[in-house]
Design a binder for this molecule. Structure first.
Ligand code: ADP
Length: 525
């Protein structure tokens, strides 16, 4: 700070920019960063596993979300510390690539940082710790591949897939319906999967929800469900062997772009104008029995359509329109002139279904020419429940997709982590350098997952975490009576677990290497 005078002799203070910033260096920076990241991990720790707690988050505009999904909790948490944001990113990348294990990955990163802090206190250089962690993660991943199993399934034997999806769903709020939701997810994924090329396009699965009914009413529809109804109440509600025109142009006679004056002073002139307008619709008569339009249409058009017995649906969203085109094998037509019979989509049955006593109606397009697009239609007591079910179904769909792409599994309930921890611990002796401490610390950090699972289930962690060398031995969260996850049918995908270890290590290494932390001071008004 310096004192200076302006040309009128008035004093003013010059503040150096540096003074307005908080700046931490060296060990202080690392410790502050670790503390911030651990604070985030601590929040998620209690949500891990089948007995994990749920979090309730309120957005600034008052929307409430109740969830158990790590990625969603972090997304809505509004953190403004840069290091904490790295963990939010971490969870997001796990969600993006794998879709499941978003809580686990953050808990693991938190545990790695906790162990790193102890090593820093003992004077070990952060680069050494980072290198040790890197080596340990390689050992852990190799070990994972060794203990992984291949498991067989086919279009007729879907039970193993269902079991794995059930493990994912068992730690969610919707776990009372885990069996039926798992079956729905597996059937949906198989419907859109190309088993030979081991490829699944999840975009072909539409997840739609409507408040009402109960979770058990959730169903899989081999076709598309659109939250729209026919544009006129007197149009038919059920069309068999529908030929569908899919339009992205407004369904009304073209209007002049500039102002014109049309004088209609005789009945004849009026009739001519009407005939002109009607002719416009006659011209596009290519045999369609249903029109689906991205835009609206005016009352006149609606009336004409109704008189011609041509049911129509308006204001259908772009994504839905695309799915309808894929499912029915039709083409999206941007201009009336381009409409030809070959461009019409075909569906065995289109029906409008109403729900309860409300005016709510939805349109079901089923038995489509190309049955590869499906819809999961969720019912539930309130909007929050539907949203959470959507998130859980997303996880379960991702798990089924991952298994179809790569059918290796490891056992869940913390068993894979315990087994890797033992392997890393055993391998540590081979490294004579300081890294050995970091490798051992990595092994301890792996135990954090089973520990958290045990704590969250109200078990005594020390008693529960016995050092048996059985890769299936995990935490009996649901008190079934056995620790053997093979017997309990608790699986996780190998790629998911591997990704968790690799991503968590990467982020922790990144945080450890930061030794200068420069942030603007909070504004004081
Ligand atoms: P994530 O978002 O990381 O998937 P979850 O809250 O879904 O977190 O918890 C997943 C953890 O719970 C995994 O380690 C999984 O193995 C474990 N788990 C799930 N079901 C069971 C079960 N029935 N018994 C023991 N552990 C389970």
């Amino acid at each position: 700070m310096a004192l200076a005078f302006d040309e009128f002799g008035r004093p003013f203070l010059i503040l150096k920019e540096q003074d307005q910033k908080t700046r931490l260096r060296g060990l202080d920076a690392q410790k502050a960063n670790i503390a911030a990241a651990r604070a985030v991990a601590r929040i998620l720790r209690t949500s891990l596993g089948p007995k994990g707690m749920d979090k309730m988050l309120q957005s600034p505009d008052g929307d409430v979300t109740i969830t158990n999904d790590g990625a969603t909790i972090l997304e809505l948490m509004d953190v403004d510390n840069q290091i904490a944001k790295l963990l939010v990113e971490l969870s997001r990348s796990q969600d993006y690539e794998i879709g499941d294990g978003t809580t686990g990955v953050v808990v693991m990163a938190g545990a790695l940082l906790e162990e790193a802090e102890k090593l820093l206190e003992r004077g070990i250089h952060p680069i050494r710790i980072a290198e040790g962690y890197e080596m340990a993660s390689r050992i852990a991943v190799e070990h994972l591949e060794r203990i992984a199993h291949k498991f067989e399934f086919g279009p007729t034997n879907i039970e193993p897939l269902v079991q794995t999806c059930m493990t994912t769903l068992s730690s969610k709020i919707v776990n009372r319906c885990k069996r039926s939701l798992a079956e729905i997810s597996v059937k949906a994924v198989l419907a859109v999967a190309d088993l030979e090329r081991k490829d699944v396009n999840l975009d072909l699965i539409k997840v739609e929800g409507k408040v009402g009914g109960k979770l058990e009413d959730t169903e899989l529809i081999y076709g598309i469900v659109v939250d729209k109804d026919m544009s006129h109440p007197q149009m038919p509600k059920r069309i068999e062997d529908a030929k569908i025109a899919i339009l992205t142009c407004p369904f009304e006679p073209p209007k002049p772009k500039t102002k014109h004056k049309v004088d209609i002073d005789t009945v004849e002139k009026f009739q001519t104008l009407r005939q002109q307008e009607q002719k416009y619709f006659d011209d596009m008569d290519v045999g369609a029995t249903l029109v689906i339009c991205q835009w609206g249409f005016d009352d006149e058009a609606n009336h004409l359509l109704m008189h011609r017995n041509l049911p129509a649906v308006r204001w259908v969203g772009g994504v839905e329109l695309e799915l309808i085109a894929i499912a029915t094998g039709g083409r999206i037509v941007p201009r009336f002139q381009e409409l030809t019979p070959e461009k019409l989509g075909k569906a065995g049955l289109v029906r409008e279904k109403s729900f309860g006593t409300t005016k709510d109606r939805m349109l079901y397009i089923e038995h489509c020419a190309n049955s590869r697009a499906v819809t999961i239609f969720i019912r539930g007591g309130n909007k929050m429940m539907i949203e959470e079910t959507k998130r859980s179904i997303h996880d379960s769909l991702c798990v089924a997709r991952n298994l179809i792409c790569n059918n290796s599994i490891v056992y869940g309930g913390g068993s894979a982590e315990i087994s890797c921890s033992l392997a890393v611990e055993a391998a540590a002796d081979k490294y004579p350098g300081v890294e050995q401490y970091a490798i051992r610390a990595f092994a301890d950090a792996l135990d954090a997952i089973p520990m958290a699972l045990a704590e969250n289930s109200g078990l005594q962690p020390i008693e529960t975490l016995s050092a048996e060398n059985n890769p299936c031995c995990g935490i009996d969260c649901n008190d079934v009576g056995t620790n053997d996850m093979l017997e309990q049918n608790v699986f996780e995908t190998l790629i998911g677990k591997r990704q968790q270890i690799l991503l968590a290590t990467q982020v922790v290494k990144m945080i450890l290497k930061i030794d200068d932390f420069n942030a603007p001071a909070p504004m004081v008004i």
